[in-house]
Design a binder for this molecule. Sequence first.
Ligand code: NAD
Ligand code: UDP
Length: 314
Amino acid sequence: MPKVLIAGGAGFIGTHMTEYLLKRGWEVVSVDNFSTGKRENVERFRGDPRFTFHEMDITEAVPEGDYDYIINLASPASPQKYLSLPLDTMLVNSIGVKNLLDLAKRSGATFLLASTSEVYGDPLVHPQPETYWGNVNPVGPRSVYDEGKRFAEAITMAYHRYEGVPVRIARIFNTYGPYMDVADGRIISNFASQALLGKPLTIYGDGSQTRSFCYVSDMVEGLFRLLTYEGLDGEVVNLGNPEEWRVIDVAKLVVRLLGLEENFSFLPLPQDDPKRRKPDITKAKRLLGWEPKVPFEEGLRRTLKWYREVLNVG
Ligand code: NAD
Ligand code: UDP
């Protein structure tokens, strides 16, 4: 069975990825520094003999070993987190990625980078295909993440072109589901916990900006195919759900699913918050035979159920 290193394994997507690969019988080595991930997310796999965990900062060291695959998920991901960890975000996406690419080279592993739709910035092309180069403010507050990920993509391609490392890049669009930290500040975790705790839902701006939300099981399946399918070295692929939602309509759906009255608080829109975002997934369909299966309403129901349990709300 293949052996994989998952960097950022204690995070939201990392937890689902670990579970998915262990179920397939893979040997999983996980590394995380718990900067935004949670100890309990790795504790649950401790009893599995095919699971090993290393608490490490990948900008300082990586777990040596012979891997068939390396999946790099390590990076703060929510705007609230990367804005509170600006330098760590830049370092994990530069030095951290370099350390993993060197390890991939040493061990002959195929390397998958979790990049982001944020490389498109506030896009002027809609929906966004992989060929779009983006509209990023290089000196704005979000640049620690956007430009960090753009550098991560550039160094990944450089190791592919000049060092012969087999690499694949996933541009992940907004993903949600269980295990997304209640306190990470993203739209779904905020709206779910605010609604369940009887607080007003915080809508930034007038809520007319859009996002497209992918349920995490669909995302993990897409990442797995991109990692393992033959002939994809050097490919950059959008992964996300093209169903586009206005933020205000997400808030309305959350309160409707919970049978609550609307209780919204309108706050200022963060600087450079993208106005529209929707993936063009033509390439993922063609190369991976992949498209999301879980409709937003269904995924949201499952997610709300999980938040209800975690928040211990009756
Ligand atoms: P997350 O914050 O839950 O997980 C990231 C994990 O990386 C955390 O466990 C964190 O502790 C770990 N980490 C951060 N810096 C590290 C370091 N220096 N050394 C070791 N571990 C470190 O976020 P997530 O939502 O699971 O995102 C995973 C990846 O996917 C990230 O790279 C993110 O940029 C990308 N992504 C996620 C989304 C999304 O909607 N969830 C969208 C686009 C891209
Ligand atoms: N948002 C909001 N209220 C919140 C959290 C987020 O209105 O409590 C908005 C945010 O301004 C953005 C969208 O929801 O337009 C998605 O934000 P998120 O932080 O989840 O991720 P982003 O796509 O901006 O990285």
